[in-house]
Design a protein around this ligand. Structure first.
Ligand SMILES: O=C(O)CCC(=O)C(=O)O
Ligand SMILES: [Fe+2]
Length: 476
């Protein structure tokens, strides 16, 4: 981080910006990703890391000793050989925008070779999600008009989530800095580019068997907000954005079932004052989400809201019902959002339903003279031999019965507990804790390579490093 601050300070000087321009919010988020490229007998058959520009501020890249990085210049790929004891610094799109196109991100890719495994480490420095990104005022004058409009990074994130994201976006990157591009167009293209990058990542990792069902405990929003001096609601806002983003990731990876633990029954009971604005926000997002017709239809997504919904306010219940009805015909991807949910409540509910069903059956049989459980339960046990309520009965009465048991459960805070979520369904589930949503694809990758018994095939390690404490709080 110290090196990043030094580089950014030099960039300030070079651009003619006041010293410390990038300090604080604009460079507060950081992520270290370690990329592993195993050798391949025929490198033309591997994807490596496809053509992209980094979507952040700057990236400090340690290449290792094996060649692989290439930049695209004048229609040609040019190798960037590793220089011992040196880092490569990539300019990301946020810096391109702030510098008003004075600095431009270079398109690059990483290729594999047939002999040596390659490992690179990329340290991404990005603005905090609630930062306003815009061309620096000091760079704007009568001759230099702003090429981009100001936007909040969250807007960028939503935009990025709602763009179609396809490889054509890489063609658009040539027009990205067009002086006369309409403002919204610029944002749209920016969104597409990031979406493209995400797609590249997904293409790389979705080789091999994919998990069928991923469940998420969307936790840690409050501590994230506290850590970054944001209001609680802003923290939750990011949590919800993350939820929708995970849906897109999941879909693109070919995961069929996604289940999210959005609000527990306990949070409803313990903090009613906090729940109300949260539910309003939730409602806003659900409605927005449903408005995104292309999203729901293109993905063929069926939405379920599960839990003790009568605890929710009337408008939330109605919106949930509407969403479930509107998507009832879809069957490609199943999204379950657990609200007013707890696993123990779900189990009690399922047992109760099962018993009621059974009593219904027994009464019917008794009306026909079967005489079950009339006087002597021991006798009945001898008669029946088996329990009346079976595991399959409980299974089918679970709120979440529409999905098979999850293959992976991801807890987005640092907690290593199940927090009363899917206790019945997680006997054989892999548990990932302290995983930020944007690292989800990497975790999935790890998981399916464990399954293949091919360790290190494409292992990726990521740490979230908090700039203030330099504490590693996430490990994938
Ligand atoms: O592995 C490399 O050399 C490039 C990595 C890269 O471009 C990235 O992670 O964005
Ligand atoms: Fe990159």
């Amino acid at each position: 981080m110290k090196l990043a601050s030094k580089i950014l300070e030099l960039i300030c000087e070079g651009l003619g910006l006041e010293s410390g321009y990038f300090e604080g919010k604009l460079s507060e988020s950081s992520l270290l990703a370690v990329n592993r490229y195993p050798p391949c007998p025929d490198p033309s058959l591997t994807l490596g890391l496809p053509k992209h520009c980094d979507p952040n501020l700057i990236t400090i890249l340690l290449q290792g000793e094996v060649r692989g990085l290439q930049v695209f210049k004048d229609g040609e790929w040019i190798g960037v050989g590793p220089v011992p004891q040196a880092f490569v610094i990539n300019i990301g799109y946020q810096l391109q925008i702030i510098s008003n196109n004075k600095l431009k991100g270079a398109e690059h890719r990483a290729v594999t070779n047939s002999r040596d495994a390659r490992t690179s480490a990329a340290f991404f420095v990005s603005p905090r999600p609630d930062s306003i990104i815009e061309p620096a005022k000091a760079l704007i004058n009568a001759d230099n008009h702003p090429v981009y409009r100001a936007f909040e990074l969250t807007e960028f994130i939503s935009n990025y989530m709602s763009t179609k994201g396809n490889s054509e976006a890489s063609k658009n990157s040539r027009d990205f800095g067009m002086r006369n591009a309409s403002k919204d167009k610029a944002i749209e293209i920016l969104g597409k580019l990031v979406s493209f990058l995400r797609k590249c990542m997904i293409n790389i990792i979705s080789v091999g068997p994919m998990p069928n069902h991923i469940a998420f405990i969307m936790d840690g929003n409050r501590s994230y907000a506290r850590k970054h001096n944001m209001g609680k609601l802003t923290g939750h806002k990011f949590g919800l954005l993350a939820l929708f983003s995970c849906v897109k990731y999941g879909y693109e990876l070919g995961v069929r079932y996604l289940t999210f633990y959005a609000f527990s029954i306990d949070s409803f009971k313990q903090n009613p004052d906090e729940v109300e604005p949260l539910m309003d926000l939730f409602l806003e997002y659900v409605q927005g989400f449903m408005k995104e017709e292309t999203f729901v239809n293109r993905y063929g997504m069926r939405v379920f809201f599960k839990g003790d919904l009568k605890l929710c306010s009337e408008p939330v219940r109605l919106a949930a019902k509407k969403a479930m009805l509107a998507t009832a015909q879809n069957s490609k991807i199943f999204l379950t959002i657990c609200v007013a949910y707890s696993s123990t409540n779900e189990i009690v509910h399922a047992v109760q339903e099962s018993c009621e069903e059974k009593w219904g059956e027994i009464s019917l049989l008794n009306e026909n003279g079967a005489n079950f459980y009339s006087t002597n339960p021991v006798e009945n046990e001898i008669n029946g031999g088996e329990s009346f309520v079976k595991i399959t009965d409980i299974d089918k009465n679970m709120y979440t019965a529409i999905a098979p048991d999850p293959d992976i459960l991801i807890h987005t805070s640092g907690e290593t507990r199940l927090s009363n979520f899917l206790l019945w369904q997680t006997t054989y589930t892999y548990l990932y804790c302290g995983l930020r949503w944007y690292l989800v694809p990497k975790a999935i990758d790890r998981m399916h390579h464990y399954d293949d018994q091919v360790p290190n095939q494409c292992a990726i390690v990521g740490h979230m490093i908090s700039p203030s404490t330099h504490k590693h709080d996430i490990t994938v």
